[in-house]
Ligand binder design. Structure first.
Ligand SMILES: *Cc1c(COP(=O)(O)O)cnc(C)c1O
Length: 464
């Protein structure tokens, strides 16, 4: 039997192939050579996978033969190199009905935020320049009054994300000291990241008190020592403990902190500025109520229920915020001009009382089930497939666990629903749906009306 690997061309021969020569004129030599080696490696692996079986080359199918021919390998080099130059991060249509989907980039931005990012990105701006005085200014000045007006805080600071806000606040105020936290709140926030690990990384020592389901104000009080710097509440944002549970109120936590002269920190997770009960949802903590109850610092994300860009927002007492601003980590974690612009645009909508109509996350939350039924019916008509069924949209993104919004979906029954879901994901404009039992469910709530034409084209071609 001949050695099946002997038929493979050398790297040089692949590089001399016409298609690859043309490629070398357009792309860096090192990239093309590396991809030629990689393409040969996978051809070798392909041979290996059937050389291991008795039949080997004699029964190899035509497709495999083509893949290990010099033309096949050259074509693979072209595809690999072109792929490198193509944008890998691209828009996806979210028909899953999960409004804050961390894997899909969380909150879609308000139009005003996108415009603001484009404007400051395109040219220069007064990011850190006081135009009136003609001297150095602060990037935070663009957010100061907006944060004060929307949350009621004395002052605020914006950095990379909420996980960094948590670490920053603990490093700044509890380095090598103790922070008291309830066992029921030492949670995992997703992607394998756990609040206690993030906190420990700050150099603070966590002291866990109470039990998983019940923690009292006295548990915090009893744990205070000379080394205690703060007590911290962490909103258990992505799960719910029901039944025999107890948590001290914000006011009780304030009293414990005051009695012992320690800080009261509140990580509320999602920066929810509106009253969720107006939409038939459970109450979600807001920075306004935390600050009113006396939290010294409140921490939250910019891209969860706030509906803006990725950011970590810290609001609270001016003296503490001032200390944070002067800390070296403030420079290491600072947010960029695009985020600053987008966040200011998003906050402005709250200030003007137009969040529900202008911020996509709130537009989705406030849309009626009846409207979803109309849209799902229109999809069914346009596609001539599936049926409209009552279902639930989810908030997601570590907010309002177990809280669903009544909706209507287009349910497309399939013998193998996962195949249809995969075809939808692999389309030129990918669509992400939800598989339940024998159907792929497509929820209009998370599909913008401006995306509908592309959405229908993808579904039509995946079905056809
Ligand atoms: C989501 C969340 C975080 C992390 O926020 P990021 O902005 O994703 O870094 C921290 N704490 C809580 C309670 C959260 O829900």
């Amino acid at each position: 039997m001949t050695n099946p690997y002997r038929g493979l061309p050398s790297v040089d021969r692949v590089l001399q192939h016409d298609a690859v020569t043309a490629l070398r004129a357009r792309f860096p030599e090192a990239l093309v050579t590396a991809q030629a080696r990689a393409a040969l490696e996978s051809a070798r692996a392909l041979i290996g996978s059937d050389a291991g079986t008795a039949e080997s080359a004699a029964t190899r199918d035509g497709a495999a033969d083509a893949a290990i021919s010099v033309d096949g390998i050259a074509a693979s080099v072209v595809a690999r190199v072109e792929e490198t130059a193509r944008a890998s991060l691209r828009p996806v249509i979210n028909a899953s009905g999960v409004i804050l989907h961390t894997n899909l980039g969380r909150a879609p931005l308000p139009e005003s935020a996108i415009e603001a990012m484009a404007e400051v990105g395109r040219g220069y701006s007064n990011l850190e320049f006081d135009l009136a005085a003609g001297e150095r200014g602060s990037r935070l000045s663009h957010l100061d009054r907006l944060l004060q007006a929307t949350t009621g805080a004395e002052a605020g600071l914006v950095i990379n994300n909420n996980a960094s806000a948590l670490m920053f606040v603990l490093t700044a105020f509890a380095l090598e000291r103790e922070v008291i936290i309830s066992r029921g709140q030492a949670v995992e926030i997703g992607g394998g990241f756990r609040i206690p690990d993030v906190c420990r990384q700050s150099g603070a020592r966590l002291v866990e008190v109470g039990t998983t389901n019940r923690t009292r104000a006295s548990d915090y009080g009893n744990a205070v020592s000379e080394d205690t710097a703060a007590l911290m509440r962490v909103h258990a944002s992505n799960f719910k403990i029901v039944g025999f549970t107890e948590e001290p109120s914000l006011r009780e936590l304030r009293s414990v902190a005051s009695e012992h002269g320690i800080l009261f920190l509140d990580d509320i997770g999602s920066g929810c500025l509106l009253d969720t009960t107006r939409y038939g949802l459970a109450p979600e903590p807001t920075p306004q109520e935390s600050l009113a109850a006396g939290a010294d610092l409140v921490l939250f994300s910019g891209d969860k229920l706030l509906g803006g860009p990725q950011a970590g927002i810290i609001v609270g007492r001016a003296a503490l915020i001032d200390q944070l601003r002067r800390h070296p980590l403030a420079r290491a974690l600072r947010s960029d001009k695009a985020t600053t612009a987008a966040l200011a645009a998003t906050l402005r909508h709250y200030l003007l009382g137009e969040a529900e109509s202008e911020i996509p996350v709130w537009r989705m939350i406030s849309a009626s089930a009846e409207r979803m039924r109309e849209r799902a019916e229109a999809w069914r008509g346009a596609l001539d497939a599936g049926q409209v069924e009552a279902s639930e949209s989810m908030i997601g993104g570590g907010s309002l666990p177990g809280e669903g919004l009544p909706t209507f979906v287009l349910a497309i029954a399939q013998p193998e629903p996962h195949r249809l879901a995969a075809a939808l994901r692999r389309a030129e404009t990918p669509v992400v749906g939800r598989v339940e039992r024998e159907s792929v469910l497509l929820d209009p709530r998370t599909v913008a009306e401006s995306e509908e034409a592309a959405f229908l084209a993808t579904v039509r071609s995946a079905l056809g």
